[in-house]
Design a protein around this ligand. Structure first.
Ligand code: NAP
Ligand code: MG
Length: 501
């Protein structure tokens, strides 16, 4: 495991790493039909790691053809669930046994600390695929209570070809939340990784084959959203798109589906999570520490980042002091250093976007209490931003309404729980929320009133694969994780059998 490796070991392994950089279609690595390739950049240094096949419509057509043909042959789609289980378990085992390589790829590609990619991203990705493999031979279909004249079988059938279009913040993990249930249900999949972070999805394609997942069932088309992503969204033979990314692009997929074949669309979009700390929180230091990690973890590039700290007036200063104390210990550093807790921002565009929000916050009159600038490190071409804390934020300000996707906390004071609920819900998003209180009645009241797909009580960002994740409102619809995810990748079929006599 990379966790046990030193900085020097990791640097030396990184320098000899081989990058798989082609598309994976029909069971083999192939160049883009156009021959084009795009730069894959290490955000820690700003330097090019490799060039990756730039897929567009023609490659997508080939991938859909391969995926459809595999589906129709039935080697996977009609395979006994117990057999699919074995292969998915092997796939998960292979991800685990390649965890050092995959963690290095993830860290080099998108800038997250190696301690996170090795301890969180890669093991949770393997765990997710394994969990759906283990589940799939334990799920029964139904027989409806129709009476003696008929037997009505309610069966779940795979959809066919599912496209997974995913973001760069947890590249392999977000892909795995799709890959696990899509494959377990018997579908073929085409993964379109984000242009910023294609390397792990490409790498695991070979592991899928090695695990015995038949050719054409698992495909990867790296490329840009407007070309490869759009071609998947508009394809007449793609049965569903499962998307994680911004709300803006999520809406494009609804349009693509409406203008093509009415494919099923499920969307996991952004958030503006209210983290509500009430004066009767059981442990203010714990709440503040969780608030700091909740916004600075993964450089703030987290869909459910606790970007709005909504705190009762009477305890605000105490909480904020502790948040800043913790924030100071999370200064960005080289992502390959096992001691680094905050890494590089994914690319220059995102870094500039975050800095633009920081300027907007200052202009609108929020008080900058900590950070606010780009950081120069030893890797002087890299994209690093300090942990940043604003106080005296009004919920109508841009930094309170728009998803920044960076290490920028907006602190909003409220007078009581009712105001916290009102402010908490006053956003277009509804992905996640948290409330800290020792009063069980208040906890239930606030959790019930917050319009969000997950509400944490006296903790932040907890969960596991058994519990659904996804949004209300413009955070999207459909749920990843848990058995509910299978609903997105199966159709219900009623087979009504008349019983004569
Ligand atoms: P993004 O810009 O929406 O991109 C997501 C994916 O969509 C990428 O693969 C992207 O390709 C593709 N895409 C972009 N434009 C497209 C278009 N016109 N047509 C079709 N596909 C297109 O999001 P991101 O910047 O990668 O990730 C950050 C966002 O993801 C944030 O809003 C965050 O909240 C959200 N997110 C949500 C969750 C969740 O579970 N709710 C989890 C993680 C992240 P390119 O690489 O070319 O842009
Ligand atoms: Mg990259």
């Amino acid at each position: 495991m990379s966790a046990a490796l030193s900085f020097d070991d990791l640097k030396s392994r990184a320098s000899t790493l081989r990058f798989h950089n082609k598309a994976f279609i029909g069971g083999t690595y192939v160049d883009a039909a156009s021959g084009k390739a795009f730069d894959c950049v290490n955000p820690a240094t700003g330097r090019v790691l490799t060039k990756v096949a730039e897929c567009d419509k023609e490659d997508v057509n080939r991938a859909v053809k391969a995926a459809r043909s595999a589906f129709d042959k039935g080697h996977w789609s009609r395979m006994a669930p117990a057999q699919r289980k074995k292969r998915l378990q092997k796939f998960a085992d292979l991800i685990d046994s390649h965890s050092t390589e995959l963690a290095l790829l993830e860290t080099l590609d998108m800038g997250k600390p190696i301690r996170d990619s090795s301890k969180i991203d890669i093991p949770l990705s393997a765990g997710c695929i394994r969990w759906y493999g283990e589940a799939i031979d334990k799920i029964y279909d139904e027989i409806a209570p129709t009476g003696a004249e008929a037997v009505s079988l309610i069966r779940r059938e795979p959809l066919g070809v599912v496209a997974a279009v995913v973001p760069w913040n947890f590249p392999l993990l977000m892909a795995s939340w799709k890959i696990g249930p899509v494959l377990a249900a018997g579908n073929s999949i085409i993964v379109k990784p984000a242009e910023q972070s294609p390397l792990t999805a490409i790498r695991i394609a070979e592991l899928a084959m090695e695990a015995g997942i038949p050719e054409g069932v698992f495909n990867v088309v790296p490329g840009f959203g407007e070309t490869a992503g759009q071609a998947l969204g508009r394809h007449m033979d793609v049965d569903a798109v499962t998307f994680t990314g911004s709300a803006e692009v999520g809406k494009f997929f609804l349009r693509y589906a409406g203008e093509s074949n009415m494919k099923r669309v499920s969307l996991e979009c952004g958030g503006k999570t209210p983290n509500i700390v009430l004066a009767d929180a059981p442990d203010l230091d714990a709440a503040a520490t969780a608030a700091a990690w909740g916004i600075f973890f993964n450089q703030g590039e987290v869909c459910n980042a606790g970007s709005r700290l909504i705190v009762e007036d009477s305890i605000k200063d105490r909480v904020l002091d502790k948040v800043m104390e913790v924030g100071k210990t999370l200064q960005p550093g080289d992502p390959l250093d096992p001691g680094t807790k905050m890494g590089a921002i994914v690319d220059q565009t995102q870094m500039e976007r975050i800095l633009g929000y920081i300027e907007a916050g200052k202009k609108e009159g929020a008080k900058l209490r900590m950070g606010g600038s780009r950081v120069r490190t030893a890797n002087d071409g890299g994209f690093y931003i300090e942990p940043t804390v604003f106080d005296q934020v009004d919920n109508r300000m841009k930094i309170a309404q728009e998803e920044i996707f960076g290490p920028v906390l907006s602190t909003i004071s409220v007078k009581d729980a009712d105001e916290a609920i009102r402010v908490g819900n006053d956003t277009i998003y509804g992905l996640a929320a948290a409330v800290w209180t020792r009063d069980i009645n208040k906890a239930f009241k606030v959790a019930g009133a917050l319009r969000a797909g997950v509400v944490w009580v006296n903790c932040f960002d907890h969960g596991d694969i058994s519990s659904p994740f996804g949004g209300f409102k413009q955070s999207g619809f459909g749920r990843d994780k848990s058995l509910h995810a299978l609903d997105k990748y199966t159709e219900l079929k009623t087979i009504w059998i008349h019983v004569g006599g």
